[in-house]
Design a protein around this ligand. Structure first.
Ligand SMILES: NC(=O)c1ccc[n+]([C@@H]2O[C@H](COP(=O)([O-])OP(=O)(O)OC[C@H]3O[C@@H](n4cnc5c(N)ncnc54)[C@H](O)[C@@H]3O)[C@@H](O)[C@H]2O)c1
Ligand SMILES: [Zn+2]
Length: 335
């Protein structure tokens, strides 16, 4: 399938959906300027001080006992980086799409950076399956408490990626604190926050029976495949956005682009429709209002492509208005 065709098909799936599941891995943050850790080279590029070592070895709770300055150097550096980096414009677009769906959206992310919350997504509609760096816990889990890292500052030597004392401590027992992030070989991670998110997620999934679910997965890798698996097992139409790991199950739509570029390309088609749908406030099951016209949308999302659904005229109008800056065309050129 041609890239432009795939973008149009994906946009149509989103417009017609009653609900939107957003799956995100490390690649979602790349266009904000954050590194992914794909392969050892990716990890070493982001952290030259750890050259020769694996991400899975460094992201291990054992270092909080053996070498707390190194452990907090790695996580403190990430905490600081995620804090000073703004989520890219694609987050806002996804949120707009999700908020306009009759049954809303849910985010399932392995990212620990809190960028969906930063971009205005409702905390009640986010499942952080590997926890969040913006929350802390005791290394021993003495009381099971999880607290916000908002008022915690960690100073890190950028050259060595080692933290300078004082390091964050548990207010209950005085021992070292650590991020409430699921590390490798981590039996001490306190799951209660993530479990509450899971309960809300499953409640939302429970409402979807018979409804049309669009699943958009962005930057989810194959090294830690939790997000990919989650997006594949749900009953809906999968849109996989990934410039490299492009395998998809039958029926999936693959956009081999960066997350921001793919979202903007689809928004060229979806944007006006969804904005109009929201502002007019009509959610008929067969159609919705645009300022100048009423459009009937086909009930079924994925069909053989040959016809040009009415929806495309909306995209074309937008393209003409935005002829000089059309991300869809740019995406095609880049591919
Ligand atoms: N920001 C964060 O919170 C953050 C950052 C790095 C890693 N992690 C976590 O660590 C674990 C392993 O990390 P990993 O780096 O192997 O992640 P990963 O396994 O999710 O792989 C990254 C994926 O993103 C894709 N990608 C690269 N650039 C992209 C772009 N511009 N747009 C869309 N996709 C792009 C890559 O092809 C790859 O498939 C994951 O659980 C991940 O969520 C989190
Ligand atoms: Zn404690």
């Amino acid at each position: 399938m041609e890239l432009e065709q795939a973008c149009r098909l994906a946009a149509e799936v989103i417009v017609e959906a009653d609900a939107l599941l957003i799956g995100a891995g490390a690649g979602m943050g790349v266009d904000s300027g954050l590194p992914d850790f794909r392969g050892p080279e990716g990890f070493w590029r982001a952290y030259p001080a750890f050259r020769g070592r694996q991400f899975a070895e460094v992201s291990n709770p054992v270092w909080f006992q053996r070498d707390p300055e190194q452990a907090w150097g790695f996580f403190g550096h990430r905490l600081n980086l995620y804090r000073v980096t703004a989520p890219h414009a694609g987050f806002e677009i996804l949120r707009r799409w999700g908020e306009c769906r009759e049954l809303g959206y849910f985010v399932f992310t392995s990212n620990v950076d809190g960028h969906f919350q930063r971009a205005g997504f409702s905390p009640d509609r986010i499942l952080e399956c590997h926890g969040s760096i913006n929350f802390l816990q005791c290394v021993r889990g003495c009381t099971g408490a999880i607290w916000s890292a908002e008022n915690t500052a960690v100073s890190v030597d950028e050259a060595t990626i080692r933290a300078r004392p004082p390091l964050p401590l548990c207010a209950d027992c005085g021992q070292l604190a650590r991020p409430n992030v699921l590390m490798f070989h981590d039996s001490d991670w306190i799951e209660s926050r993530s479990e509450e998110q899971q309960t809300r997620y499953h409640r939302w999934l429970g409402q979807l029976g018979g409804k049309r679910l669009a699943i958009i997965e962005l930057g989810a890798g194959i090294g830690v495949p939790t997000v990919r698996r989650e997006c594949e097992i749900r009953e809906g139409t999968l849109i996989r956005v990934n410039p490299r790991d492009t395998d998809a199950p039958p029926g999936g739509i693959v956009l081999p682009l960066g997350a921001l570029q793919a979202i903007q390309a689809m928004d060229t088609i979806v944007g006006v429709s969804v904005r109009a749908r929201c502002s007019v406030g009509r959610f008929g099951s067969h159609g919705f209002c645009l300022p100048e016209m009423r459009i009937r949308v086909r009930r079924r999302a994925v069909r053989v492509w040959p016809s040009r659904p009415l929806l495309l005229r909306v995209g074309d109008r937008v393209s003409r208005h935005e002829a000089d800056h059309n991300p869809l065309r740019n995406a095609k050129r880049a591919a």
